[in-house]
Design a binder for this molecule. Structure first.
Ligand SMILES: Cc1cc2nc3c(=O)[nH]c(=O)nc-3n(C[C@H](O)[C@H](O)[C@H](O)COP(=O)(O)OP(=O)(O)OC[C@H]3O[C@@H](n4cnc5c(N)ncnc54)[C@H](O)[C@@H]3O)c2cc1C
Length: 406
């Protein structure tokens, strides 16, 4: 417990900021959360289409081993819901043909190669491309693994660290749940706990700090003072806040050079619901799925996800959903689409993140991203090491000991 009246200001009401705020609150800090948007949740944003289907504009799947997210949600009375399809199993369409057994055998070989790569020191960690290129597997399998990696890491394979092929880009049969009521429900429940201490529409522009405390200044003119400030915003937008004195060079560089992946999603209502399915357009680097919702009923929507900058360019997402809709109709002739109700979700053009999620930083980079500076603490998925890029990483970072420690 801290001495009564010590004030903490959390900047950003995504899962990292809200988790941090609740931890600070539990330990006796007088906490305020400042969020630039008119909603909480950041990159978790659950919506409902005009036909009643629930969609996730941002984070969708809870991956295997993402235990802290599920635990925190359970504490707040939020369960999980299996979507029926498999995130790690996608029927390939386009490119060189490969059958199931051949692909499974190739994935087994890949896993063996990845075990060796895991033992390499951090500074020598190979890229996914470096592991995949020399692997003695059929061309069709190589294309599928490459597409799977680029889509999920949201980056071209040369820039993706090899371990991602066993992590968020793994080809396996693990269940694919989300939070019941939508992933944003966790942020909403955390915010409810904090009540009026969460201020929406407050964009932080300037932070004046000294060893003993800080003043956080918003675009609105509002100023919040305290002894602890938790920066829970993406590294990609840290330079939108002016610090006085400036952040140490190592910290500023760590934020500036951290790469972010590029992803977009497209949701199209279905005139007729279909059972859970999962199909990947290999050459175009996007995949789509149909799923079950509450009560295991089929949801009348097809959700699509494209990853990597070249994929978004090819699909012309900057100009709207038309090109992607055409490709979807070709890729899934089995679906009865209602294109009029389509919703496109893009993040590169979102000024409060300017990308999708960070690309697995190395241990040394993570240390520099986390390093406290006077009263300032730094959280967010990008600071979460092996859980970076995930909701799990956001929650774990907010619960880190240095956030609340004296
Ligand atoms: C398309 C997409 C798909 C994804 N899929 C998955 C998935 O399937 N599974 C998974 O686990 N994860 C997924 N993710 C990643 C996941 O959404 C993030 O890792 C996680 O939500 C990040 O939480 P955060 O709190 O670190 O950051 P954010 O959610 O970005 O929260 C930061 C908050 O800070 C606010 N902010 C920024 N600047 C300021 C400022 N100057 N002043 C005040 N407020 C500010 C922002 O508005 C935002 O609300 C996906 C992300 C995207 C974009």
């Amino acid at each position: 417990m801290v001495s009564a009246g010590r004030k903490a200001v959390v900047v950003g009401a995504g899962l990292a900021g809200l988790s941090a705020a609740c931890e600070l609150d539990k330990r006796g800090w007088d906490v305020t959360v400042l969020e630039a948007r008119d909603r909480v949740g950041g990159r978790t944003w659950s919506r409902v289409l005009s036909n009643g289907a629930s969609i996730e504009m941002g984070a969708e799947f809870i991956l295997p081993g993402n235990t802290e997210l599920v635990k925190l949600a359970a504490e707040l009375g939020i369960g999980t819901l299996d979507k029926g399809m498999r995130y790690g199993q996608r029927e390939p369409v386009g490119g060189t043909r490969v059958d199931g057994p051949t692909l499974r055998a190739a994935v087994k070989k890949l896993r063996e190669a990845l075990v060796e790569a895991e033992e390499a020191p951090d500074s020598d960690k190979p890229s996914a491309a470096w592991i995949l290129a020399p692997l003695d597997i059929p061309q069709g399998a190589k294309e599928v693994i490459e597409a799977r990696t680029e889509i999920s890491a949201a980056e071209v394979i040369e820039q993706v660290p090899a371990p991602e092929m066993a992590g968020l880009a793994a080809i396996d049969d693990s269940p694919s749940p989300g939070l019941a009521g939508g992933n944003q429900s966790l942020a909403l429940a955390l915010a409810e706990r904090l009540g009026e201490r969460v201020h929406l529409g407050e964009k932080v522009e300037f932070i004046n700090w000294a060893e003993t405390g800080m003043a956080v200044c918003c675009e609105s003119g509002a100023i919040f003072e305290g002894e602890r400030c938790v920066l829970a915003i993406p590294a990609s937008v840290m330079d939108q806040i002016q610090f006085a004195p400036g952040l140490p060079e190592e910290k500023a560089v760590a934020n500036r050079v951290l790469p972010y992946g590029h992803a977009a999603k497209l949701f199209v209502p279905l005139l007729e619901s279909v059972p859970p399915s999962s199909v990947m357009n290999v050459p175009e680097r996007w995949w789509c799925w149909t799923q079950t919702g509450a009560d295991d009923s089929v949801t009348p929507v097809v959700s699509c996800f494209a990853g990597s900058a070249p994929a978004l360019k090819r699909l012309e997402v900057e100009s709207g959903p038309e090109k992607w809709l055409e490709s979807l109709a070709r890729t899934r002739p089995d679906l009865e689409l209602d294109p009029e109700g389509a919703v496109l979700s893009t993040w590169d053009d979102d000024p409060l993140v300017k990308g999708a999620y960070s690309i697995s930083p190395m241990v040394s980079q993570t240390a520099a991203l986390i390093e406290p500076v006077g009263p300032l603490r730094f959280v967010g998925e990008h600071t979460a090491g092996e859980f970076s890029g995930l909701m799990e990483g956001a929650v774990r970072s907010g619960q880190r000991a240095d956030v609340t420690a004296d």
